[in-house]
Structures are given as structure tokens and as C-alpha cells.
Design a protein around this ligand. Structure first.
Ligand SMILES: [Zn+2]
Ligand SMILES: [Zn+2]
Ligand SMILES: [Zn+2]
Length: 435
């Protein structure tokens, strides 16, 4: 990922940004999370051998005290905790009432206008005209080279008529960018905070982010500069611990060795013997393997820190929308044209295309206009970055044949000379049906 990209003229940030500015070097989010190794004082986990429970609570909970057996000292752990409370968090111009859920859509700036009179000239070359001789050669070559194609029938069938034609495949790609924001929280590890005191955040569409490649789908997530604030973790209420949800705070769990029976059963000398469980000493209960008997575990939301850093996160989505049109006038299924190669008649890429209007085949022009116009209205919430239109001519040869008094057709299509022969009279030597 090559974020941040090259600075565009007028891009953000301006030159001479003070220390702590945005963007940070080498893709690291502002504020540098996670921090380098080396935990801040009071961090989690405690060194080996030290009893758990030594986390200094900002609420004045006595440190070093073992948690009570009922786990009442810690809030219940919620597996899919999502902070929903935005009260107390600042709002920022240009970002509206952004919450933690979903993502607030950011309407793009108006698109640049284009002068209708400046439509570029379009040269389609000679590729649209594939000769009958070329199509015939493709068919004969196919029959000669494909051993599986029931040579006998191909040789003996009477070719009544060979009709070369061109199918046209027009593809329109529209490459767009969408931006949404949502608040998010990460554990606060004591690192620098790029908060509102650094100034107002840049407007949503002024934040620079370029795709690494055009016409390919990509998603980036960036912290919005100057929106970070540190606050108490809402899940553990600042304590850094939550009640263990395996033992429900008791600290003891069903013995895994005897499955809670207090004994194990062994078959020996033709008889079953019950043996006292040595792990739980017959109680059927054992120290909880998740909390190691503490009844509580470090808060998963703040990683035991008790505090979180809340900030607005921008999700930038680059998406390539593809629409196409196939003109294929034989009885062969049109969609077969999509996946074979042809001759490129026209290939053009611009921020906003003009549709093809001067191609000799009217249906191509009509559908180019239709698709380009539809694309203008299709993505109103996104910024259109680039479009590309490609017109390909794909040779299709329809062959009328007669074999043992039965008349039918097959088709040879694409530069690969694929064959569509649903009625081919002869199965191949290995027993498969020619498709
Ligand atoms: Zn927490
Ligand atoms: Zn437990
Ligand atoms: Zn046991």
C-alpha cells in the first residue's frame, strides 16, 4: 500500500506542518498504535509470577487485592461489545453526527463539468472487418487440430453454408471513490494523541488518498486527523478487567480431566473400575483455564488499559463498476462472447467519457450512449475518478451442415476458435459429448 500518496497540489497537509502532524510516516496511523514494545507503566499483562489483580485501577480500587469469588468486582464481559455512546465526544465541522455504528456517508464534491463540444475523434481502424477467408480458415484449422471432435462426422458432413460475422462486445468501466466515516475506539496505550487541540480536521474530501491501481477495487481505513480523544473504557468502566465468561466469575470450572464426574472409568480385568480424579481430587471442579482462577480477565476492548482512544475513522472505497453490451446476431448464446478474445477496435480512458456515436454499427452507438448515460446516474454518492470503454470485435462463424440426412448448425467463435456445437452428431473417441 502506498499510502500516503504523492502530495497533490493543494493537498493536505500544508507545508510546514508542526510536529505531530498528519499524515504520519509510513502508513502508521496517527498517534502510532500499537506502540513499540515496552509497555507503559501499569501496563498489562503483569510480569510472570506476579499475582493477577495488581492492575492499578483509576477508580481507586485497591491494588493487589484478589478478586472476590463471585466476580462482582468486574463488569460482565460482552463478546460483541460495541461502544455506542458518543456523549462527551466532540463533533467536527464536515463530519456531522458520526456514531460508532455503520458509517456516515460523505457526499462527494460536485463533478467537474465537461464541454460537450470537445468530444475526441474516434478511430476504429480496420479491425472491425474480418474477412470470410479468415473465418473459414479458423473453422478448418479447428476441425483439423481437434482430435476429439469426431473427425468422421466433421469430414463427412456436408457443409451447406459458412457465414462469417462479427460479434461486438462493448465494455464500460466506471472507477469511483466513496468515503464514509464512523467513530472507533482502540486501547489507549499512552501514546501521543492527535486531538482537537491540533486544530480542526481537514474536510473529508481534502484528505489525500490515491488508489494504487486504477480500475481495481480497494479499501483503505484512515484516522481523521485531529479527532482523537482519550476516555474511560465503557466495557470495563475503567477497571481494566471484566468478569470471566467461562466460569462466570467463580474462578472454578468443570474439571476437564473427569468431565466433572470426580472420577474416571477404566476397563481392566474384565471389569469397570472407578478411579478418583487426581486433578480435581474428586470434586469435579477445577481452576478455570481461562482466568486461571481469578474470576476475571483483562478487558478485551481496552486490552486491560482501562482507557481507550476514540477517533473518527474514514473508510475510503475504490470500486470499479463494469457494464457491458454484446451484439451477436446468430442463434449462438450471446454471453459466450464475453469470455473469448477478439480484436480490440477501440480503447479509451478519460475521467468522463463521451459515448461512441460514430461507429458504423448503430446498435453499438445506441448502447454506448445508454450505458454512459446510465453510469452518470448510477453512483450519486461516489466521486467518479476515471472511465474506460473498450469495444472488441469477436469473429463468429456459423456453419450449416448436413450429416446422415440431418441438418443443423455449429459455430466457431473467438480468436481461440472455440466451437459451440450443441447438436454435433458424433461423440468423441473417449465418450464425452462435444459441447
Ligand atoms: Zn476496558
Ligand atoms: Zn474463569
Ligand atoms: Zn476431575
Amino acid at each position: 500500500m502506498s499510502y500516503p500518496p504523492q502530495q497533490a497540489a493543494g493537498g493536505y497537509p500544508p507545508q510546514g506542518q508542526p510536529a505531530g502532524g498528519y499524515p504520519p510516516p509510513q502508513g502508521q496511523p496517527a498517534g502510532g498504535y500499537p506502540p513499540p514494545q515496552g509497555q507503559p507503566a501499569g501496563g498489562y499483562p503483569p510480569p510472570q509470577g506476579q499475582p493477577a489483580g495488581g492492575y492499578p485501577s483509576p477508580q481507586g480500587q485497591p491494588a493487589g487485592q484478589a478478586p472476590s469469588g463471585d466476580g462482582a468486582s468486574a463488569p460482565e464481559e460482552v463478546a460483541d461489545y460495541r461502544p455506542g455512546d458518543t456523549s462527551g465526544l466532540k463533533t467536527f465541522e464536515g463530519y456531522g453526527n458520526v456514531g460508532f455504528e455503520g458509517g456516515s456517508f460523505l457526499p462527494p464534491p460536485p463533478p467537474p463539468s465537461y464541454d460537450e463540444q470537445q468530444a475526441p475523434s474516434m478511430d476504429f481502424g480496420q479491425a472491425a472487418n474480418i474477412t470470410a477467408e479468415e473465418a473459414r480458415a479458423a473453422l478448418l484449422s479447428y476441425v483439423a487440430e481437434n482430435c476429439c471432435y469426431g473427425k468422421g462426422a466433421a469430414e463427412q458432413m456436408e457443409m451447406k453454408d459458412i457465414n462469417p460475422s462479427n460479434a461486438f462486445h462493448y465494455t464500460l468501466e466506471t472507477f469511483c471513490e466513496g468515503r464514509t466515516t464512523a467513530r472507533t475506539e482502540i486501547p489507549y496505550l499512552g501514546d501521543a494523541v492527535d486531538g482537537p487541540f491540533n486544530g480542526p480536521p481537514p474536510m473529508p474530501w481534502d484528505i489525500t488518498c490515491a488508489p494504487t491501481q486504477q480500475f481495481s477495487d480497494q479499501v483503505y481505513k484512515l484516522p481523521v486527523p485531529h479527532t482523537a480523544e482519550v476516555r474511560m473504557c465503557g466495557m470495563c468502566l475503567g477497571g481494566g478487567f471484566v468478569r470471566c465468561n467461562r466460569c462466570h466469575g467463580v474462578g472454578r470450572d468443570t474439571c476437564s480431566h473427569c468431565s466433572g464426574r470426580g472420577h474416571t472409568v477404566h476397563y481392566r480385568d474384565g471389569e469397570h473400575h472407578h478411579e478418583h480424579c487426581h486433578r480435581c481430587h474428586g470434586t469435579g471442579r477445577d481452576t478455570c483455564g481461562r482466568c486461571h482462577g481469578n474470576g476475571r480477565v483483562p478487558c478485551p476492548h481496552c486490552k486491560g488499559q482501562g482507557r481507550v482512544k476514540a477517533f473518527i475513522e474514514m473508510t475510503i472505497t475504490f470500486k470499479n463498476y463494469v457494464t457491458d453490451y454484446i451484439l451477436e446476431e446468430t442463434a449462438m448464446p450471446d454471453e459466450l462472447i464475453r469470455d473469448v478474445s477478439g480484436v480490440e477496435v477501440f480503447n479509451q480512458s478519460m475521467p468522463q467519457l463521451w459515448p461512441i456515436t460514430t461507429f458504423p454499427v448503430r446498435q453499438v452507438n445506441d448502447n454506448s450512449v445508454r450505458l454512459v448515460e446510465a453510469a452518470k446516474r448510477a453512483h450519486p454518492t461516489e466521486r467518479q475518478l476515471q472511465q474506460r470503454q473498450i469495444l472488441r470485435a469477436v469473429p463468429v462463424t456459423e456453419v450449416d451442415y448436413k450429416f446422415k440426412d440431418r441438418a443443423s448448425k455449429f459455430w466457431v467463435y473467438g480468436m481461440q476458435r472455440k466451437v459451440h456445437a450443441p447438436d454435433y452428431p458424433q461423440q468423441c473417441c473417449c465418450g464425452c459429448t462435444i459441447l
